[in-house]
Write a protein that binds this ligand. Structure first.
Ligand code: CP
Ligand code: NVA
Length: 331
C-alpha cells in the first residue's frame, strides 16, 4: 500500500485538500470493512503514539487506543494531570522529548497554539483530538457517516448544524462542509455564530468546490437538509456561569420532533456526543431542575428515534482515526 500523507500532521481540517479528504474517507471505509471481515493488515507495527488529553474524552481516546492496537501500535495515555506539560515544562520542551520517543502525538487541548507548537517542535506527526477551535478527526467520522447514510455523493447532499456555532463543532462543520462541496447551513443566534474569519475561510473554499454556505438565525433554513447536527450548548472548559445565557439563547434551537419534521421526512439526526438528551446524567438533572428542560440540545424522543445515527457516527471515530494514523505513519 502507498502512504501519500506520510509524515503529515492533522491540526485542522484545512491541512488536507478535498482530494486528500476523499482519500482518507476511502481508506477509512476500507479499514472498516477489513476489520469487520477479520482480515485487517497491520500497518503500524512497532509504532509508538503519545496521547495527551488536557480535557476528558470517551470516544476520541478509545478510538486512538483501539485503532492503534488493531494496527499493532502502542500508546501512552497522558491524562490532564499526569505530565508536566504547561505546568512546569513548556510545550516546546515536552514536544522535543516526546519527539525522541514517539512516532506521533495526539493532543486534546484547549488552545490550538498548543497543537501548533507540538507540531513545530516534535518533528513527528501531530493529530488534533479537539481544541477550542477545531475538531478535525470528528469531521472525518461525520463525513464518513453522512456518506454511508446517503445514496448521493457528499457534494449533492445538504446538512444543517443548529446550536452553539462559535466553537469547535460549528466552526469545523462549516469549513468541512465547504471543503466537501455540500450545502452547509449553520443556524445559530447571531452571538453564537462562527467568527467572521472562519466564515470567510469557508466561503473561499466554497468558491472552489461549489458548496453553498448559509449562515442564519432562522431555524426555517433547516428545511430540506439530509442531516441535522447539533452539539452540547456548553462545551468543555467553559464555566457553569454561561448556562443561564446559553439556555436563553438556544432554547429555540433545540432539536425536537417538530424541528425534525421541518427538516424533512428522511432527515437523519447527528451529534458528536456526549449529549444531554434526558435526566440520566448529573448535568442533565441539574438542567432539568434549573430550567425545566428534559434533555437539552436534543429531546430524548429524537435522540432515540430511528432517524438518529449517532452511534454509527461514534463507531466511525475508530475507523477514521485509524485511517489518519495509517495514512501518516503506515509502512
Ligand atoms: N465526540 C467526541 O470527541 O467525544 P469524546 O469527548 O468522548 O472524545
Ligand atoms: N463542543 C464540545 C464537543 C465535544 C466533543 C466540547 O468542546 O466540549
Amino acid at each position: 500500500m502507498d502512504f501519500p500523507l506520510s509524515g503529515r500532521s492533522f491540526l485542522r481540517e484545512l491541512d488536507f485538500t478535498t482530494e486528500e479528504w476523499n482519500y482518507l474517507l476511502d481508506l477509512a471505509a476500507q479499514l472498516k470493512a477489513a476489520k469487520r471481515s477479520g482480515k485487517e493488515t497491520k500497518y503500524l507495527e512497532g509504532r509508538n503514539i503519545a496521547l495527551i488529553f488536557e480535557k476528558s474524552s470517551t470516544r476520541t481516546r478509545c478510538s486512538f487506543e483501539t485503532a492503534a492496537f488493531d494496527q499493532g501500535a502502542h500508546t501512552t495515555y497522558l491524562d490532564p494531570a499526569s505530565s508536566h506539560l504547561g505546568v512546569k515544562e513548556s510545550v516546546a520542551d515536552t514536544a522535543r522529548v516526546l519527539g525522541r520517543m514517539y512516532d506521533a502525538i495526539e493532543l486534546r487541548g484547549n488552545d490550538q497554539t498548543t497543537a501548533e507548537l507540538l507540531h513545530e517542535w516534535s518533528g513527528v506527526p501531530v493529530y488534533n483530538g479537539l481544541t477550542d477551535a477545531w475538531h478535525p478527526t470528528q469531521m472525518l467520522a461525520d463525513m464518513l457517516t453522512m456518506r454511508e447514510h446517503s445514496d448521493r455523493p457528499l457534494h449533492e447532499t445538504a446538512f444543517a448544524y443548529v446550536g452553539d456555532a462559535r466553537y469547535n463543532m460549528g466552526r469545523s462543520l462549516l469549513v468541512t462542509g465547504a471543503m466537501m462541496g455540500m450545502r452547509t447551513v449553520i443556524c445559530a443566534p447571531e452571538s453564537l455564530q462562527p467568527p467572521a474569519e472562519v466564515i470567510e475561510m469557508a466561503r473561499e473554499r466554497a468558491r472552489e468546490t461549489g458548496a453553498e454556505i448559509v449562515i442564519t438565525e432562522d431555524v426555517g433554513e433547516v428545511r430540506g437538509c439530509d442531516f441535522l447536527h447539533t452539539d452540547m450548548w456548553v462545551s468543555m472548559g467553559e464555566p457553569d456561569s454561561v448556562w443561564d445565557e446559553r439556555v436563553a439563547l438556544l432554547r429555540p434551537y433545540r432539536v425536537d420532533a417538530k424541528m425534525m419534521e421541518l427538516a424533512g421526512e428522511n432527515t437523519k439526526f447527528m451529534h458528536c456526543l456526549p449529549s444531554l438528551h434526558d435526566t440520566s446524567t448529573a448535568v442533565g438533572r441539574r438542567i432539568y431542575e434549573k430550567y425545566g428542560l428534559d434533555g437539552c440540545e436534543v429531546s430524548n424522543e429524537v435522540f432515540e428515534s430511528p432517524a438518529s445515527v449517532v452511534f454509527d457516527q461514534a463507531e466511525n471515530r475508530l475507523h477514521t482515526i485509524k485511517a489518519v494514523m495509517v495514512a501518516t505513519l503506515g509502512r
